[in-house]
Design a protein around this ligand. Structure first.
Ligand code: GLU
Ligand code: ZN
Length: 302
């Protein structure tokens, strides 16, 4: 068990979606990605994933940033907003279409279910290279081969995308760009070397890995953290009525995050300033101590 070696090339990030204020689950991801970056002597960037306006909540983006500041989680550089990156996403979709790697798809969910008996897309519209008049999504072809990667917390993982999910959507029928596409381009353009995020995104990583390969982009290092679930086993979110983090007293929330992350902060830090708690976290951070579970039940915060 060692503190990480200094790595001035390390660039990490926290990438919240402004669908609601930060809750304890998203704060945990922020704290872990921040401590891992700073313990390496690296940079920690914040990217606002405001890609899906219908799911967003007015004011949430500013409130998230305000909470991060209040909790001493100060980011490096400027916040990147996905809503300002449409041209980049558009040109990549066009490039993939031109290369014959992506195609137009008019299938509905019900049709996919009826044809494959599952949610795995059976490739029905492969080869459709002329935009149909009907509403259509754009899908990226995947291969019938295993993708392997080593997750720093969850260990070695593999998946055959063709058998699990099939060709995936990179631009939706409502014209919005898919999360998979945006996250891969943004991570590459921001020079992200290490991704520390919730294990609810573990399966998505295979799609990201495939896109990185197809676009000749580097594969970052991944560490997928346990996700905090409520008493009903659901991920905390606006939909499951997760409580927003209050700004007033950061200490118990930060201590809770560090304890849940297996870092064993000393009791002398109870009631300390956010700055002191985070400083301790960065000086003592050990990723190996984070429980490798995919889900952890929420405990009382005091
Ligand atoms: N915006 C995503 C979320 O809030 C996280 C994306 C990522 O970390 O790759 O769930
Ligand atoms: Zn189709």
């Amino acid at each position: 068990m060692n503190q990480p070696a200094p790595d001035s090339t390390y660039i990490g990030r926290f990438a919240p979606s402004p669908t609601g204020p930060l809750h304890i689950g998203s704060l945990l991801t922020a704290v872990a990605s921040y401590a891992d970056a700073k313990a390496h002597g690296g940079q920690w960037l914040v990217r606002m994933e405001d890609l899906d306006p219908p799911r967003e909540m007015a004011g949430a983006a500013d409130r998230i940033l305000e909470t991060l500041q209040h909790f001493g989680l100060h980011w490096d550089g400027d916040v990147l907003y996905q809503s300002r990156r449409q041209a980049r996403y558009q040109s990549t979709v066009q490039q993939l279409l031109d290369q014959g790697l992506a195609y137009y798809c008019t299938c509905s969910r019900a049709q996919i279910q009826a044809r494959s008996g599952s949610n795995t897309y059976p490739g029905t519209c492969r080869g459709c290279s002329i935009p149909p008049l009907k509403p259509h999504a754009i899908r990226l072809q995947v291969k019938d081969a295993d993708i392997h990667f080593e997750d720093a917390l969850q260990g070695p993982l593999h998946c055959n995308l063709q058998q699990q999910g099939g060709d995936f959507v990179i631009q939706r029928k409502d014209h919005l760009y898919a999360y998979h596409l945006a996250v891969v381009l943004d991570d590459a353009d921001q020079g992200i070397t290490h991704i520390v995020r919730g294990s609810d995104l573990l399966e998505s990583t295979f799609a990201h890995w495939h896109l990185q390969t197809v676009l000749s982009l580097p594969h970052p290092h991944y560490a997928h953290l346990p996700v905090i679930v409520n008493a009903d086993g659901q991920k905390l979110s606006k939909q499951t009525h997760a409580e927003p983090i209050p700004l007033a007293a950061p200490a118990p929330y930060l201590m809770y995050c560090l304890q849940t992350l297996g870092q064993q902060p000393p009791a002398t830090l109870n009631g300390a300033s956010a700055h002191s708690i985070l400083q301790w976290a960065c000086e003592h951070w050990q990723l190996e101590r984070v429980p490798p579970a995919r889900y952890l039940p929420q405990q009382q915060i005091r």
